[in-house]
Design a protein around this ligand. Structure first.
Ligand SMILES: Cc1cc2nc3c(=O)[nH]c(=O)nc-3n(C[C@H](O)[C@H](O)[C@H](O)COP(=O)(O)OP(=O)(O)OC[C@H]3O[C@@H](n4cnc5c(N)ncnc54)[C@H](O)[C@@H]3O)c2cc1C
Ligand code: SF4
Length: 505
C-alpha cells in the first residue's frame, strides 16, 4: 500500500520487521527484496507521490515539486557547485536521466585493495546487476532516438578518432521527448516508483510518503526504530510518528543519510560520517551551428564516450529546455537574448570528472545540511582537457561558435582559438560546474576506524542499522551510479534475509 501520511492519524504508531528511510535507488530495491522474502516492511519517504499525468510541464515548477529546495542545493567552496537532488517517491531516480552503468571492475578492485570489503566479491554483484537490469528493462538507446545533437557529436568525434556509443538506459517505449530530468511524461523511464516500489507494495510493504524521519532510536548499541514528522503539502510538520523495528535501513542519499546520523550523534566512532564526499563534478560545452539542430528532440543523454575514462574524463550527451538552459549560458542581458534566439541551432555535451577532490557534509540548522567541497587543480586540469576535446569535436561537426564554461573563454570561434586554453593557468574558480552524483559520506570498509559500515552495509557500531544508498561508495565511482547503488542494496537485503534469525526475534 502506498499512502500519503496526510491520510493517517495524529501521533501515528506502528511496528515492523524493518523500516527503510528513503525511496530512491537504495531504498526501493531493499523494500522489494525484503517484502519478497516475507518481511514486514515499512518504507518512509519525505517527498510525495507524482504521476506522469500530473507532472508540471513548466520546468521551474516541476523542479519546485520534485527537487529538494526546488533544485537550488549548492556546495560551499571553490567553485560553488549546484548539486540538485530529488525529494519524491522514487527519490532522485524520478528526475534523473536514466543512464545505467555497472561499476567498473578496476574501481571495485581498488576498493577491495584499500578498504578490504572482505565479505563482497564482484561475483556477488553480477547477479544483482542482472536482476536490476531485468526489472528496469535496461537497454541500449536505439539509434532513431539519439536525436540530432548526439548524432552530430558522434560524427565530429569519428573525424577525430574518438569513439562514441549509445548509452544503456532504463526505459520502456521511450519517445525521445527529452524531459527525463523533469519526470518522464510518457511513463517510459523505469524509475523506482514504476517497478521496485509498486512491486514491494503488492507484496505487502507499507510505503508512506510525506514522512520525514528525524530520530533513530538506539538502545544498548542496537537500533530499535525511528521517530519523525508527517508533513503537510507545504512540507511543514503536521504531526509526529513513531515506528519500532529491529532493523533500520537509511537510504536518504549521500547528503541526508550522514546528516541524519550526525544530527542523532550516532554511528560515528570512525569520525568518517559526512566525510569523503565525492560528487562527480560536471560541466557542459554548448555549440552553435548555422543550421537548425533542434537538440531538444531525442534522448538528451543518449550517447557517450569513455575514451578518456582512464584519465577520469567521461563525455555524456545533455540538453535542457530554454528556461533552464538560459541560466547556464555564460552571459546576461542583450548577449543572452541573442544566444537564446539561436536556441534551435544549439547543441550540448556534458563533461564529467572522476573527482580526486573531496568534501564533507556537516550538520546545519534544522534539516539543512551544509555541503563543503573545493575542486583541486588535478580535477581542474581534467576539466580543461575534457572541455577542449568536446569543443574540438563540435567544431569538427561544423559548429561555428562554442560557449565554454571557463571564465575568460566564454565564446570561441575556431579550433585555433582553443590553443589559448594552454597559455594561461585555469584555476578551479574559473570553472562553471554542476554535479548530480553525491557519494561516499558513509563509506564501507572492513576497518571500523576508517569506515562507517561493513561490506554488508551494517554500521560497525549499531546492530541492525544499515546504510543502503550512494553514501557507501569509498571513492568516486567514475560512472553514473544508480544501478550500482541498487545492486549493493540488493546484496545487503540478501544478507539480512540469510541472517534473519540474527535480527528478528
Ligand atoms: C538531474 C539528475 C540526473 C541524474 N541522472 C542520472 C543518470 O542518468 N544515471 C544515474 O546512474 N544516476 C543519475 N543521477 C544520480 C542518481 O539518480 C542518484 O545517484 C541516485 O538516485 C541516488 O540514490 P540514493 O538512494 O542514494 O538517493 P535518492 O535516490 O536521492 O533517494 C533518497 C530519498 O530519501 C528521501 N529522504 C531524505 N531524507 C529523508 C528523511 N529524513 N526521511 C524520509 N525520507 C528522506 C529523499 O526525499 C529521497 O527521495 C542523476 C541525478 C540528478 C539530480
Ligand atoms: S526521453 Fe522522454 S520519453 Fe524517453 S525517458 Fe526521457 S522523458 Fe521519457
Amino acid at each position: 500500500m502506498i499512502t500519503d501520511s496526510q491520510t493517517l492519524e495524529e501521533n501515528f504508531y506502528a511496528s515492523a520487521d524493518v523500516v527503510i528511510v528513503g525511496s530512491g535507488a537504495g531504498g526501493a530495491p531493499m523494500a522489494y527484496q525484503l517484502a519478497l522474502a516475507g518481511w514486514n516492511v515499512i518504507l518512509l519517504e519525505e517527498g510525495q507521490k507524482h504521476s506522469p499525468y500530473t507532472f508540471n510541464r513548466q520546468s521551474w515548477e516541476a523542479m519546485k515539486e520534485m527537487y529538494r529546495d526546488s533544485g537550488m542545493t549548492f556546495t560551499i567552496g571553490t567553485p560553488s557547485i549546484p548539486l540538485p537532488m530529488g525529494r519524491a517517491l522514487g527519490g532522485t531516480t524520478l528526475i534523473n536521466s536514466g543512464t545505467c552503468f555497472r561499476i567498473r571492475e578496476e574501481v571495485f578492485a581498488g576498493w577491495k585493495k584499500e578498504f578490504g570489503l572482505s565479505e563482497i566479491e564482484m561475483s556477488d554483484l553480477l547477479p544483482r546487476f542482472e536482476q536490476v537490469e531485468s526489472i528496469l528493462n535496461v537497454q541500449e538507446t536505439p539509434v532513431e532516438l539519439l536525436g540530432s545533437n548526439n548524432r552530430l557529436f558522434s560524427e565530429g568525434a569519428q573525424k577525430l578518432g574518438v569513439m562514441t556509443k549509445p548509452l544503456y538506459r532504463n526505459f520502456k517505449n521511450c519517445k525521445g521527448v527529452g524531459l527525463c530530468v523533469f519526470g518522464c511524461p510518457e511513463n517510459a523511464k523505469q524509475s523506482m516508483e514504476k517497478n521496485f516500489l509498486p512491486n514491494a507494495s503488492e507484496l505487502g510493504a507499507k510505503i508512506i510518503t510525506s514522512a520525514r524521519v528525524e530520530k533513530i532510536c538506539v538502545k544498548r548499541n542496537t537500533v530499535t526504530g525511528v521517530e519523525g514528522s508527517f508533513l503537510d503539502d507545504r512540507k511543514k510538520r503536521r504531526t509526529k510518528f513513531k515506528i519500532d523495528a529491529p532493523v533500520v535501513v537509511l537510504s536518504c542519499g549521500a547528503v541526508h543519510t550522514p546528516h541524519l546520523l550526525l544530527s542523532n550523534g550516532i554511528a560515528n566512532g570512525s569520525g568518517q560520517v559526512g566525510h569523503n564526499l565525492h560528487i562527480h563534478p560536471a560541466t557542459k560545452v554548448i555549440a552553435i551551428f548555422d543550421d537548425i539542430i533542434n537538440a531538444w528532440s531525442g534522448v538528451p543523454q543518449g550517447c557517450y564516450s569513455d575514451d578518456y575514462a582512464s584519465e577520469g574524463i567521461m563525455l555524456e550527451g545533455f540538453f535542457l529546455p530554454p528556461a533552464i538552459l538560459s541560466f547556464a549560458l555564460p552571459s546576461l542581458g542583450m548577449k543572452l537574448k541573442k544566444y537564446m534566439a539561436d536556441y534551435s541551432k544549439m547543441a550540448g555535451f556534458g563533461v564529467m570528472v572522476t573527482d580526486s577532490s573531496h568534501g564533507k557534509v556537516i550538520k546545519g540548522m534544522g534539516h539543512m545540511p551544509l555541503i563543503f567541497y573545493n575542486l583541486n587543480q588535478t580535477d581542474t586540469d581534467k576539466f580543461v582537457k575534457g572541455i577542449e576535446i568536446a569543443a574540438k569535436i563540435y567544431f569538427e561537426a561544423g559548429a561555428t561558435k562554442i560557449l565554454l564554461p571557463i571564465h575568460g573563454f566564454d565564446e570561441v570561434s575556431s579550433i585555433d582559438e582553443l590553443k589559448k586554453l594552454h597559455q594561461v593557468k585555469i584555476s578551479p574558480s574559473d570553472l562553471e560546474l554542476s554535479a548530480f552524483h553525491p557519494m561516499g559520506t558513509c563509506r564501507m570498509g572492513d576497518n571500523p576506524k576508517t569506515s562507517v559500515v561493513n561490506s554488508h552495509l551494517e554500521s560497525h557500531e549499531i546492530k541492525g542499522l544499515f546504510v543502503a544508498d550512494a553514501s557507501i561508495f569509498p571513492s568516486s565511482l567514475g560512472v553514473n551510479p544508480q544501478i550500482s547503488i541498487m545492486a549493493f542494496s540488493l546484496f545487503a537485503a540478501d544478507h539480512l534475509i540469510r541472517h534473519k534469525d540474527r535480527y528478528l526475534i
